[in-house]
Design a protein around this ligand. Structure first.
Ligand SMILES: Cc1ncc(COP(=O)(O)O)c(C=O)c1O
Length: 373
């Protein structure tokens, strides 16, 4: 059997990784400024993470949600404290798309409405409702076309007000910072007004923090910059440092209804162990503060490079827009300078390194980037 060939791949085979570095089969060492698509939060093969996962696997690896799994409660309590949402509830699933799918569903169960508002350049995943609110027609198959969705320009509060005024929109879904759209930061004033209008119209506000959350921007969640509290927050990526786990944080306004949501794998022992190990390492090593500090430094230094047209983002979620296509520079960075980076469209680099990035490695990256620009 062959692998269904949907991914363009680099001809590189990583066999070992530690912290912010990856090593390939030929023994080359790479700087990881992509984090496997913003997934590696506490660093590759973190010792505490390995120990916790190994110990858990030796005890019990899986059972379904038909039994007591106290690790779920332990994780939820830690997450509530770390994120500033101790009064919210947690529902665990397995991927970002699935988290958004359940968030949209829960909102619709709650207010019995169907219509959803999303924003231009959004990305929320590839399952049915998640791809329905993703602003990219080529990801949608005819079976995904049933969702009633309105795409509005980001930061256009008048358009939001006009669209929500009939009180018939179930939810508004928005990324904390648009990732795949090119590291586009929503204005804090916009988010504050959006919160207000959602309250006035009984519309559920869903914050997709799958890429921008979990400390990446120097706060636990990117939306906390605007000091708003969404009704539902979705998380994935950095949550498991590579173990597939995701979740939705649910405000106290929702009542759990038995059977309404569910998942076979969601919240299994290994997922909980991974998620707990990540939060422990984030706390012990002050990784959110580190993301703020090293990210702030990096953004400041990147802004001094004349070849870069615009630097966007916060903390360690950084977009670099060039006047010319980035392809050649990105290839040179990877193959000559041995640095992994992300990209969006043809003009934007996306930097999403692990949150444990040191200033020394940030400087090393700047040196290598300067050589190719
Ligand atoms: C903001 C955002 N939401 C949702 C997703 C989908 O996550 P997954 O690929 O785990 O389904 C992504 C993935 O890149 C994302 O960046």
């Amino acid at each position: 059997m062959k692998i269904f060939d949907v991914y363009p791949r680099w001809p590189i085979e990583p066999v070992y990784a530690r912290g912010c570095k990856i090593y390939d089969k030929e023994g080359n060492e790479y700087l990881d400024f992509y984090g496997g698509h913003a997934v590696i939060s506490i660093g590759h093969s973190h010792p505490g993470y390995i120990a916790k996962m190994t110990r858990q696997l030796e005890k019990i690896g899986f059972y379904s949600n038909s039994v007591l799994i106290p690790l779920q409660n332990e994780y939820a309590e830690k997450l509530g404290k770390a994120s500033g949402y101790p009064d919210y509830s947690l529902f665990m699933v397995n991927s970002g798309a699935e988290a958004n799918e359940n968030a949209l569903k829960l909102a619709s169960f709650y207010n019995k409405r169907k219509k959803v508002v999303a924003f231009r350049s959004s990305f929320h995943g590839r399952t049915s409702a998640a791809v329905g609110v993703t602003d990219c027609a080529i990801y949608r198959a005819p079976v995904n076309e049933n969702l009633e969705v309105v795409f509005l320009p980001l930061n256009d509060i008048d358009a939001v007000r006009e669209t929500l005024k009939k009180n018939d929109v179930s939810s508004v879904i928005i990324e904390g910072i648009q990732g795949i759209g090119g590291i586009i930061v929503p204005d804090s004033e916009f988010l504050k007004e959006l919160r207000k209008i959602c309250d006035e119209t009984d519309t559920i506000l869903i914050l997709d923090e799958i890429q921008s959350g979990y400390g990446r921007t120097g706060l636990f969640f990117a939306h906390q910059e605007a000091e708003i509290r969404p009704d539902i927050i979705t998380i994935a990526k950095g949550m498991g440092n590579g173990f597939p786990v995701s979740g939705i944080l649910i405000s106290p306004r929702f009542t759990a209804v038995a059977g309404q949501l569910g998942s076979t794998f969601g919240g299994n022992y290994l997922a909980c162990a991974a998620a707990i190990a990540v939060l422990d390492a984030m706390e012990e090593e002050n990784l959110i503060e580190n993301a703020a500090q090293v990210g702030g430094y990096l953004i400041c230094e990147l802004k001094k490079i004349p070849a870069i047209k615009e630097v966007r983002g916060r903390g360690l979620m950084i977009g670099l827009e060039l006047e010319q296509p980035i392809r050649e520079a990105r290839d040179q960075l990877l193959f000559q300078e041995k640095v992994f980076t992300g990209a969006t469209g043809i003009h934007v680099f996306r930097l999403l390194p692990p949150l444990c990035l040191s200033k020394e490695l940030a400087n090393e990256f700047l040196k290598r980037l300067n050589r190719v620009l």
